[in-house]
Design a protein around this ligand. Structure first.
Ligand code: V0D
Length: 256
């Protein structure tokens, strides 16, 4: 009888009870990895894994919204992902439209702000149009920020910041001695967002793969073997609890 409380649905409620609501990570970054492997394990085509990963994303977003997370940055497509087979890239590029067609009304209802970062100019026209429309439609919202990294690379981001700084210096709009961390941050494409507090990377990889490099200087990393389509609210709560326990332990000596 007692055991029932620890099964299935009970587990996440137990974890939720341990979470400190006033010390949630403000910004969670996620590398949604392991979709292809999830499909392969089941003898399904890779695209079935991506579709399942999209369901997992929906769940994570709605649970994060309930918890009161302020910003989520999702690594949806990296600059390296163009090297995948053409049919897979084509399929992936249709997902933003598919996702937004179904989810945008509910996201607007929840006061969500949709943002994107990366070199969007290389995206197919219809993908870009759907993303830009979602950004415009949610521009004046004030709730949770969903920031999609599309054709994003951390080094490329740093380089475009350097180029813009150099140009402004050359044009005499900027004195190089003014360049400090705060100023540099404002030239990155994450300029309006706080740095991530927590990075979640499932699927057993222990790398950051050219994701937010400058911005993750002090981020806590949470790695897990779970494949992204299997990532559920229990994993999210576990990641948040691990984050909170580390914050508690290192609270006094952070940023050193
Ligand atoms: C595939 C798991 C939503 C990761 C999630 C183009 C792999 C599903 C979006 C999306 C992808 C992007 C922008 C936006 C709204 C939704 C998405 C890609 C892949 C890469 F404004 N899911 N999703 N984008 N997958």
């Amino acid at each position: 009888m007692v055991d029932q409380h620890n099964n299935g649905k009970g587990k996440w409620k137990q974890l939720l009870a341990q979470v400190q609501k006033n010390e949630l990570p403000r910004h969670i970054a996620v590398i949604m990895d392991g979709n292809g492997r999830w499909a392969k394990k089941r003898g399904l085509p890779r695209i079935a894994g991506h579709r399942s990963g999209m369901q997992s994303l929906k769940n994570m977003i709605s649970f994060s919204h309930e918890l009161g997370i302020q910003v989520i940055t999702l690594f949806a497509f990296s600059t390296e992902n163009w090297k995948r087979p053409r049919w897979e890239v084509d399929f992936l590029m249709r997902l933003p439209e598919e996702y937004l067609q179904k989810e945008l009304p509910a996201l607007i209802e929840k006061n969500t702000v949709i943002q994107a970062m990366g070199d969007l100019s290389q995206l197919p026209e219809s993908t870009l149009a759907a993303v830009e429309n979602a950004i415009t439609e949610t521009r004046h919202n004030t709730g949770m920020v969903l920031n999609f990294a599309l054709n994003y690379g951390g080094r490329a981001d740093i380089l475009q910041a350097v180029r813009n700084l150099c140009r402004e210096a050359k044009e005499g709009q900027l004195d190089c001695r003014e360049i400090d961390e705060a100023l540099f941050s404002r030239y990155l494409c994450s300029r309006d967002l706080p740095d991530p507090d927590l990075l979640i990377r499932p699927s057993g990889e222990f790398r950051i793969s050219n994701f937010l490099l400058w911005q993750m200087a002090y981020t806590e990393f949470w790695f897990s073997q779970v494949l992204w389509p299997d990532f559920d609210r229990e994993h999210l709560l576990q990641a948040i609890l691990d984050y909170q326990n580390r914050e508690r332990r290192f609270g006094g000596i952070k940023n050193t």
